[in-house]
Design a protein around this ligand. Sequence first.
Ligand code: DP6
Length: 335
Amino acid sequence: MSEIQHQFVKKILTVASHGAYEKGYGVAPSNIALCKYWGKRDSNLNLPLNSSLSISLGTKGTRTQIRRLPSDQFILNGEPVDPTTPFAHRLSTFLDLFREPCRAPGFEVITENTIPTAAGLASSASGYAALVLALNDLAGWDLPRQLLSMLARLGSGSASRSLFNGFACWHRGERDDGRDSFAEAIDTKWSDFRIGILTLTDAEKPVGSRAGMQRTVETSPRYADWPARAAIDFGVLKRAIKHRDFETFGATAEANALEMHATMREAIPPLDYFLPQTRTQIGRVQQLRAEGLPVYLTIDAGPNVKLLFQAANTTEVENAFPALEIIDPFGTSHA
Ligand code: DP6
């Protein structure tokens, strides 16, 4: 981690309390972006080129326990993690920001994903959010979520939004020092909003979202229009959520996701996360809509499709997609 990141963390921790406990615990939901974070204006501080907006997945996410040890040890879903893996390296590097000279230098991190890894949702977002909450608990910082979202952001941008239940937005911010780029909850409960997860494959994607967004920003001519387009979508989605205008909400989220994928396909070399089945399912959703069923979709940097619909249409959507895992984001949640 760079000196800039250390200074950033140091500034946030000056307003923290300083206790110290033997163990710390953190729980955070996964989140799905409806207005995607795609592109960084600063990759050191993970500052985005556009504001983004997401929905958290209630009890589906990550549970983490942490304590200090002489050296780092990570356990993921009950299995020790090989320290030479990129996963362990990224985690250790992030933890470097929080090691204290007068305490044991290592951390034991025990992490469980409360969503089947096969669903492709056990991402870095809930992982880094739960880790930051566990660190906050261990060190007794007692920091507000907004500041914790800025720490989680350093681990993974989308993790900033996983500090919140329900809808959340992550503000792009304008400052170079990153102090105005934080996430916060959107205070609207939309109890009959549903998400359907259509898992088409659990294979690891060949290009991660971090590398994918960098390639797109650097080489895709179509990316030039993305930040302005995303800023408009962000505002439209916020208003649609406020007014529970499902059609505008669904149409904007779907168009935003498809435009993000369009920017990638014009990258050099092109980046296409879709499988043939992904295109088939997009066609089916659009056909169902043409037949009058209000169902929309979003897709992240991977081939799996997430459906957006309302509780009243659950039976029709389930009939059309029998393998669907349905999530009620405003049902039982962690908070
Ligand atoms: C397509 O948050 O994984 O899911 O900040 O480099 O860790 P880093 O990227 P990451 O990117 C997420 C991209 C996305 C869209 C989104 O979640 O907003």
